[in-house]
Design a binder for this molecule. Structure first.
Ligand code: PRP
Ligand code: URA
Ligand code: MG
Length: 209
């Protein structure tokens, strides 16, 4: 079963409070999501592989480490996932970025796929799939299916807020995928929105309604 990691770092939790706040406008919301994505990227890359190297300091030779160069792909689920991409690239600028376009049908809550574009060498990359919200879990499930269908083997899912229902669905469908979140909320409401949540992430990021 996929593990769930809750990033309880005080800076992440502080910023998440203002992301949730309905008084936070689009500009500040976008900036905060960007900042939290950077902080979460710092935590999620903790297990990046390192190689041993020798480096000449002004004093002597030091045994040191460099990143092994394992290829990484960042994949936002459109639209709202886009808000987390730049924040991650701040720390991992060489990562390639794929896109998976999905929207939830408001009646059925089923995800509808409308776009998939991934780096050509999918099989060689580790992927971080990002979306601010894990609600029913349908969107993340379908996005992971789309990645796996094209050859992705090592996938992490990173989001700001998850509902217990979505975590369960994802763990059941994709037990090999670990889930990294800033908060685990209480439940879903009758319209599939996370309670207490932050509202509609895409609308708040892009100023739509
Ligand atoms: O876990 P689920 O129940 O599938 O819900 C989560 C999805 O809902 C939101 O997208 P939305 O459909 O609002 O599309 P948008 O990003 O274009 O606004 C959110 O960004 C997730 O992708
Ligand atoms: O609470 C929710 C659930 C799905 N999508 C959102 O943007 N917010
Ligand atoms: Mg939306």
């Amino acid at each position: 079963m996929g593990k769930v990691y809750v990033f309880d770092h005080p800076l992440i939790q502080h910023k998440l409070t203002y992301i949730r706040d309905k008084k936070t406008g689009t500009k500040e919301f976008r900036e905060l999501v960007d900042e939290v994505a950077t902080l979460m990227a710092f935590e999620i890359t903790r297990d990046m592989p390192l190689d041993d190297v020798d480096v000449e300091t002004p004093v002597t030779t030091a045994k040191a480490k460099v990143l092994s160069g394992k290829k990484l792909g960042i994949v936002p689920i459109l639209r709202a996932g886009i808000g987390m991409v730049d924040g991650i690239l701040t720390l991992i600028p060489a990562a390639k970025v794929g896109h998976i376009g999905l929207y939830r049908d408001p009646e059925t809550l089923q995800p509808i796929e409308y776009y998939v574009k991934l780096p050509a060498d999918v099989e060689e990359r580790d992927f971080i799939l990002v979306d601010p919200m894990l609600a029913t879990g349908g969107s993340a499930l379908v996005a992971i299916n789309a990645l796996k269908k094209r050859g992705a083997k090592n996938i992490k899912f990173m989001c700001l807020i998850a509902a217990p229902e979505g975590v369960e669905v994802l763990q059941e469908a994709h037990p090999d995928v670990d889930i990294y979140i800033a908060a685990l909320d209480e439940k879903l409401d009758d319209h599939g929105y996370i309670v207490p949540g932050l509202g509609d992430a895409g609308d708040r990021l892009f100023g739509t309604k």
